[in-house]
Design a protein around this ligand. Structure first.
Ligand code: AMZ
Length: 277
């Protein structure tokens, strides 16, 4: 079976304008709600913190800080089932010169077509991909290497529709099922940790990375350099989404990147020098 773990392969996509040797990305998350940059706690719209009124300025700030990629979620889109913040996302895409990945409300091929212009590198699919795997396959076939699957898990089961509904689908089984799909990556979010600054769940992440044939991006609770180190040390991880900890100042972007890259290098050297049987 094709092993598509190699992050370089993802970065080498024609749509990715940036080449770099770092093997572990800290990806700032820009969650949009009613035109503002917000963070929810455990995905609950009732527990929302507003961080900024100008999403374009925030995106430019992350670019200036050295981000190599941005993660943008249209939360209104995720809740309502159709993109709602397309105007702002277009303005961000025009303003920055970075690969961006965008999700929230992408439930039809037409919505994906409208998003994936040459300034938006990746479409993130959650609900539609989980409820209809043929749709995911179709989207991947149309845009090989440009679709990212969002696996948002609540106690091991995948949640959909703005995380308001939890399915019976096991996150790990889903990841196995999509092994041969030409996805760019899988984002695994631990909902119980998201927006809590409580630290990630390395055991769950390790399992996900172990069974995934795709590069894995971790999300949920990452809020200290120690958390960054623990996630970056997991084989198969290529990056991590950080939101609240960056906005609240608990984590410095540059420091986090240095630690992530250094840890990934050490891991890689270790794997190369002492390959496990
Ligand atoms: O915070 C939430 N309640 C939330 C959230 N962040 N609900 C969905 N999402 C994100 C997913 C994924 O990136 O993590 O929206 C995207 C999926 O949207 P959809 O519409 O495809 O399920």
């Amino acid at each position: 079976m094709l092993d598509v773990r190699c992050w370089r392969a993802v970065l080498d996509l024609p749509t990715s304008s940036i080449r770099h040797s770092a093997s572990m990305l800290i990806i700032p998350a820009i969650d949009l709600k009613s035109g503002k940059v917000v963070r929810l706690t455990q995905g609950d719209p009732g527990r929302q913190t507003i961080y900024a009124d100008d999403p374009v300025a925030v995106a430019l700030r992350w670019q200036e800080a050295g981000a190599k990629r941005l993660h943008i979620v249209d939360l209104d889109g995720a809740f309502e089932g159709t993109p709602r913040q397309s105007g702002i996302i277009k303005r961000i895409a025009e303003a920055v010169d970075l690969p961006i990945q965008v999700g929230g409300g992408l439930r039809t091929l037409a919505a994906i077509d409208a998003l994936l212009t040459d300034r938006v590198s990746f479409a993130i699919l959650g609900t539609s991909a989980i409820l209809d795997q043929r749709f995911l396959e179709e989207a991947c076939t149309r845009y090989p290497g440009r679709i990212i699957l969002a696996v948002d898990a609540k106690e091991g089961k995948v949640a959909v529709k703005g995380w308001m509904e939890t399915t019976e689908t096991s996150a790990l089984e889903l990841i196995e099922t999509v092994a041969t799909f030409p996805l760019a990556a899988i984002i695994y979010t631990d909902i119980s940790k998201d927006g809590t600054q409580d630290g990630p769940n390395p055991e769950a992440l390790r399992k996900v990375a172990e069974i995934s044939r795709h590069p894995v991006i971790a999300s949920g609770g990452i809020s200290s350099l120690n958390d960054v180190r623990r996630v970056a040390a997991i084989r198969g991880m290529v990056g991590m989404l950080v939101g609240k900890a960056l906005y609240a100042g608990a984590l410095d972007f540059k420091e986090a990147t240095e630690v992530a890259v250094q840890t990934a290098r050490e891991r890689h050297a270790c794997e190369t020098d002492h390959p496990l049987p």
